[in-house]
Design a protein around this ligand. Sequence first.
Ligand code: NAD
Length: 250
Amino acid sequence: MKFEGKVALITGGNTGIGQATALLFAREGAKVMIVGRREKEGEATVDSIEKAGGVAAFVKADVSKEDDCRTMVARTVELYGRLDIALNNAGVGRAGKLIADEDEAGFVSVLATNLLGAFLSMKHEIPAMLANGGGAIVNTASVSGLVASPGQSAYIASKHGLLGLTKAAALEYAKQGIRVNAICPAATRTEMVKRWFAMPGVEERVTGAMPAGRIAEPEEVAKAVLFLSGDGASYVSGHSLVIDGGFVIQ
Ligand SMILES: NC(=O)c1ccc[n+]([C@@H]2O[C@H](COP(=O)([O-])OP(=O)(O)OC[C@H]3O[C@@H](n4cnc5c(N)ncnc54)[C@H](O)[C@@H]3O)[C@@H](O)[C@H]2O)c1
């Protein structure tokens, strides 16, 4: 029960990496606020946490909208009295188009969730954390924040930008007791990757590129988020933790 008494907010917490992290935080004693756009999945995640003896609630929010980000934090503080930890994890992928064929609306929509969404989330999380003397924020970037591949310019730009935003936030609030870090997972078994793997040959190519010969499970990423959010990382800030089984060092 390493997070007993703590309150954690997780955007995109109703599926994939966010859901696995929500379950793990709850198992370690934190009260968890699941944030997402889809109510059915959100409530199902709350149910599974409660069935396992944990405490959780769901708030519907689109992180690309400032009013929604204000509401998700306000609702958390209203319900649980404080905010200690945030995982800004809501994200969308977009693959397949080279830059000359990409359209403005598609490019902007990816940045709106992956980059602006993390900014708006932190903008409202930080004052709530300052109100109780500090906290820990983790932003879900990607190995696509460190390296590039063709046909994913919007996603790659959003994740590179998110690492810069993480460093800026870490410096701005270090003296006030807020640590801000990022995680950079490689391919992880979630809905996002299942959609990508549905394209012919992709699963074999991606799995074959992984040094361990397999992709990550969401729980393996969740464990890294708990490390960065906890006392074990009390002097870690502005860091990008790569969770890729050695993929980017090849
Ligand atoms: N799965 C991977 O291989 C992988 C690798 C590296 C990074 N990531 C990142 O991990 C994060 C989680 O993705 P995942 O793999 O668990 O996939 P996922 O599709 O299961 O989770 C993404 C979640 O974000 C939610 N979401 C999307 N846009 C939103 C918005 N505007 N407001 C609120 N919620 C929104 C989705 O509904 C979903 O619940 C994303 O930021 C993704 O870029 C994933």
